[in-house]
Design a protein around this ligand. Sequence first.
Ligand code: PEP
Length: 401
Amino acid sequence: MKSPIFAANWKMNHAPADATAFIRSFLANFGKRQDRSVIFFPPALSFGAVVGALKDRPDIQLGVQNIHWEDKGAFTGENSAPIARGAGAKYVLVGHSERRHVFGETEEQTGKKVAAAVRAGLTPMVCVGETLAQREAGETEQVVLRQLRAALSTISSAQAADCLVAYEPVWAIGTGRNATPADASAVHAAIRAELHRILEGGSLAVPILYGGSVNRGNAADLLAAPEVEGLLVGGASLDAEGWASIVLKRSGWLSRLSFKAYLRNHSRTAMFTRFLVILLIIDSIVLVTAILLQAGKGGGLAASFGGASSSSDSLFGTRQAGNLLTKTSWWAGGLFIFLAFILQIASSRGRAAPTSVLDQAVGTPPAAPTAPATGTGSQNVVPLQTAPATPAPAAPAPAKP
Ligand code: PEP
């Protein structure tokens, strides 16, 4: 796994003086590290204070929470992508649920903002997520993938490959109710498959973060979930010490070594399949060893077992060794056929992706998803509806220059 990304969305919190004090306190708890990236999204008016407070820490990145889609003009109260870039931002949140649902930002506008960000050299962090009603109606993937397509529709696939995506279920933002790691993984897998399609095969570099009521208690488990490559955090990023403790959580692959997290994040079927694959590998080694030893039967074989040259005909003497090896080969061969048969049945009943038993066993993301845009292999997402995608709402009349 790549280094995880920890992004703090301060929303409308921390005036310049508070922001400076926060960064001071955060830096006291967080030394430079190569194995994770940290991004702050302060409010626009506190941006300069944070830039100043971070002047000795170029390892920590900054972004703005919003931009207008025009580069400049008569848009009182707005900030443009070039202004944000000039102020020191590298990133910008686009399509955050509060922009969509509180300020009525449309999918068409998110697309225009993504284009403006890319034009100015900012990296958009595209936020997507379904409402509770949409999840309960089984529309999670449909909504999330439609938002993703709309946001990336205004830039080339090469430019889209440099973006970040954050899956933030609306019902989880600021509610204290986070998605389970399995839920998050399932939607992330669907996003990954869609990115693969949009980017014509090159989606692996786009990090997909999870956001929605992340806190100290659940951050490690969410980070350990397959396909979760970082966290976008609102409320829990407002306290410097608490935020430092989240940022210092173990990275995904280390957390996966935790048996508790492993049990929580994998279905029983997946664990059983993995167990069978491990058994098959051990059995194959035993089988090959027994065959190789038999090939060197007689003195060589007995020597392997330490008794052939003796006439004592002990348990590991030539005759018995031959019997033991023959029996071992038969048992190992039988077990091999049996396990292969069971695994074949398991894979033919398996979900669409990952497609092979080995994929399921090692948890590799599907290499080349061929599923249609709305149908992927995420087994934990509420089933997809087959209804046609809803067109993006029309953009409001543009402001007069
Ligand atoms: C957010 O605003 O992006 C967010 C995830 O908020 P919270 O962590 O408070 O749910």
